[in-house]
Design a protein around this ligand. Sequence first.
Ligand SMILES: Nc1ncnc2c1ncn2[C@@H]1O[C@H](COP(=O)(O)OP(=O)(O)OP(=O)(O)O)[C@@H](O)[C@H]1O
Length: 289
Amino acid sequence: MDAPERPEGHPSAGPTADGRRPAAIVSHVDIIYRVYGAGRAHEVEEDESNLFARLFSRTTPQVGVREVHAVKDASFVAYQGESVGLIGRNGSGKSTLLRAIAGLIPPDRGQIYLDGRAALLGVNAVLMRKLSGARNVMIGGQALGLSKQEVRERFADIVEFSGIGSFIDLPMESYSSGMAARLRFAISTAAVPDILVVDEALGTGDADFRKRAQDRITQIRRDAGTVFMVSHNNNTIKSMCDRALWMEHGHLIMDGPSGEVVDAYAEWVARRRRANRRGGPTPPGQGPA
Ligand SMILES: Nc1ncnc2c1ncn2[C@@H]1O[C@H](COP(=O)(O)OP(=O)(O)OP(=O)(O)O)[C@@H](O)[C@H]1O
């Protein structure tokens, strides 16, 4: 099979003229979810011959399949050492784009090129509530690609960072949600990936833990890693990211220094609220489009 076409600035092309090295290239990416069984009642009850014709038709969409176009023609380049925040309203496509960068969802169109390994912060899928925190450290660490020996070497650090103390020997189902979130964060960042993808993990925990989480992310960036994060907290994005991407209805509508993008987004949200209170739409020409 032919190698995919490499856009300008592909990681293998080396650093740019200003010395920055691309870590992730997202080129014209579209992501479409297909939700099955989403048909209307009368479609489900249609007669069998009609159903047969539909199943074998190339042109008519199948019964009950609904498409959600979550990301539309998104393109950007992120550089090593950069921390990029994604902001936007609920359902605007932020998590979907992050999951695609982490390699969990294949784009329907376009390409994503990464220089190194990307990992989504969060080992939720593999952790087991009925097992002790200690057993879960071993399971989660290995899920991140560490060997048993490597997890053992980092065990004390992970437990110390989580602040779980002697609870580490109890089943995770006995933890408060904050304790579980802290342990998950500690496990997830035990193996430092080249590209760390953080989806809303920083809203959990108390102020002290948030500070330590922030320090750890800063350290990952210092080790030449790149961080992507989604947050609904504008202050988190401003303080932890140097750049922000604003998504609306699957489109990437603004890309720039985090302070500028967050302020523009906050202003737009406030204007929308005012317009909604007055019962009218957002004034034309002042929306994000
Ligand atoms: N697994 C899925 N199957 C079908 N549709 C999905 C799925 N996950 C997300 N969607 C849809 O894709 C769109 C984008 O969702 P996504 O979770 O990426 O948005 P988001 O900006 O991260 O939202 P939020 O801020 O609420 O987390 C939404 O319309 C959502 O309903």
